[in-house]
Design a protein around this ligand. Structure first.
Ligand code: PMP
Length: 394
């Protein structure tokens, strides 16, 4: 494979929009551009498209009815709405909020912000695979806890939580459970009814829909205060004219995902396991981050001792491979990932980590290329690193 070819393995940061999704969106940009709040025919056309998209997203997560889906601008907004919205509206019931230590920054920073408004937030530990410590959850789940926020699966290390089990514990104390399913939704089946989820964050681009739209599932009866005030769209929970083309695309992406999830997951899991095996065989002192099997089908996170993730990334890019050293949202900081530190890695171990996220268009040939170039990259960088033990260099 030529080095000029682009091998994209950073799908958790951004995915291509499915062609069928683009096709579904196009008419809503130039032909059917009415506002769903308008009473005339073109408004009603937009209203119909909005309702249909809502129904498709509700179906993907087995929501009780389509009205439980609130459209937002994406996962960050959904997480903010869930956390601040529940906190503000339920202050009479309690002021404690719990979240795991490996949540996305949109969850962590929403929780931290609430501490400036009279709330108490506690971040719960996880084990070395990234599974939530259920004993800590029970222990910290006091009577005044109003919300627990846990991601369905971690976007950096791929670990999938036992949401059903967590839900039982949370509900035994009458708190609400918010689940950030940004990384998981579309890759593995999610059933909000069976798993007992009160609020669920979903992102469009993560299932090959357009960026700039997402949703929050809000179970009927959940007490939630809006963050945006205005024309009262989305049942008053998210004012602002709906982004119909993007929402139509999101709906189409959800419909395709529901149909194609098993084949996509099978393809990804096969490539994932091949890539993990190849990367761990590429050099000694290499380790997998996260759980070997209870992990997202697209996620490969590994670490190599004695060298830095950043230098591996640069070398990979010279071979035409685009990967990541962690979450795109924290990639700009030089701090090691809070997720990797929370699973117990030392700073230098976290810095030696690399993340590859596969997509439905990823191929075996691409995986083979990465596996083929990795041994010489690690060897060369280790030879230059003062941390490498002598016997590994010679
Ligand atoms: N939650 C998780 C688990 C994520 O991985 C991300 C980033 N893709 C987000 C929330 C935030 O998504 P966005 O930046 O699209 O709002």
């Amino acid at each position: 494979m030529s080095a000029t070819k682009r091998i994209y393995m950073d799908h958790s940061s951004g995915k291509p929009v499915d062609e069928r999704v683009v096709e579904a969106m196009l008419p809503y940009m130039q032909k059917s551009y009415g506002n769903p709040s308008s009473l005339h025919g073109m408004g009603q056309e937009a209203r119909k498209a909005l309702d249909e998209a809502r129904a498709k997203i509700a179906e993907l997560i087995n929501a009780e009815k389509k009205e439980t889906i609130v459209f937002t601008s994406g996962a960050t907004e959904s997480n903010n709405l869930a956390i601040k919205g529940v906190a503000y509206r339920n202050k009479d019931k309690g002021t404690r909020i719990l979240a795991s230590r490996i949540e996305h920054m949109s969850v962590i920073n929403s929780c931290k912000y609430l501490t400036t408004k009279g709330f108490e937030t506690l971040f719960l530990p996880v084990d070395s695979y990234g599974f939530l410590d259920l004993e800590a959850l029970e222990e910290k789940l006091a009577e005044n806890t109003v919300l627990v926020s846990v991601a369905y699966a971690n976007g950096e290390i791929g670990t999938i939580q036992s949401i059903g089990e967590i839900s039982k514990i949370v509900h035994s104390r009458k708190a609400y459970l918010h689940v950030d399913a940004t990384a998981a939704c579309g890759q593995i089946p999610i059933d909000v009814k069976i798993e007992g989820i009160d609020l669920l964050t979903i992102s469009s681009n993560d299932m090959y829909g357009p960026k700039g739209t997402g949703a929050l599932y809000v179970k009927d009866g959940t007490r939630l205060e809006p963050l945006l005030h205005g024309g009262g769209q989305e049942k008053g929970l998210r004012s602002g004219t709906e982004n119909i083309p993007a929402i139509v695309g999101f709906g189409k992406a959800a419909e395709l995902t529901k149909k194609e999830m098993p084949t996509r997951a099978e393809h990804l899991t096969r490539l994932r396991d091949k890539l993990i095996k190849g990367l761990l065989e590429a050099a000694p002192y290499s380790f997998l981050n996260g759980h070997p099997t209870r992990r997202l089908p697209d996620n490969v996170s590994v670490r190599y001792s004695f060298i830095e993730g950043e230098s591996m990334l640069l070398s990979l890019e010279m071979e035409g491979v685009f990967a990541s050293s962690g979450s795109a949202c924290t990639a700009k900081t030089l701090e090691p990932s809070h997720v990797l530190l929370a699973i117990g890695l030392k700073h230098e171990e976290a810095h030696g980590s690399l993340m590859f996220t596969l997509g439905k268009q990823s191929t075996e040939e691409e995986v083979n290329h990465v596996v083929a170039v990795m041994p010489s990259i690690v060897k060369r960088l280790r030879a230059m690193s003062p941390l490498t033990p002598k016997e590994l260099v010679d």
